[in-house]
Design a protein around this ligand. Sequence first.
Ligand code: SF4
Length: 221
Amino acid sequence: MEVDILEKGAILQRDKETFAVAPHIPGGFIRVADFKKLLDTAEKYNAAALKMTSGQRIAVVGLKEADLDAFWKDVEMNIGWAIGLCVRMVKFCPGTTYCRHGKRDAMGVGMALDKEYHGRFLSAKFKIGVAGCEYACNAPLFKEIGLTGFPEGWNVTAGGTCGAKPRMGDVMDENLNDADAMEMVSRVFRFFESGDWSPKVRLGRIIDKMGLDEFKKAVGV
Ligand code: SF4
């Protein structure tokens, strides 16, 4: 088949014969035993390479289509939604769990957001970023929803995107505690999920079209 196979998370490679898959690894954190199993399974099915991705995943490159089902059964991991119109990633950093610069619990909040939103189907791709301090290592300002941690709380932005036409997210609110930041994420997400948008139109373009004040009104900020 010379196209991506969405339901198997399989991305057609340049050779038009083999596929890459990217198991879900929330925040890029993986237990040693699971990592070993991933390596063993990639070796078993003769993967050409492993690729550390910008979405905090480990892509297994060069699998044959005939091996995809067996690969997923053996590796016992969920699909990381690297393709399709959906929440592609909730990218988060170690925050106060491991990083000496951390000001907020980016891992805790990121894990909770990942559980709630990763892979949810939408009219366009959508990314969420959570950074534990102002250094913003994972560029939350360039995600559809971004949380940046400060000593006083979370700053939440909406409408960011990278790629060919980058756009910096607009500030929705500042100095929020964990619960209020997650409620803000929920409001922005519900606005996008419930709208009747043209396919592939990203949140930032919608905000530009309707105006920031109207958008804020619509999400109740
Ligand atoms: S954003 Fe801050 S807390 Fe997160 S990894 Fe970077 S320096 Fe550490």
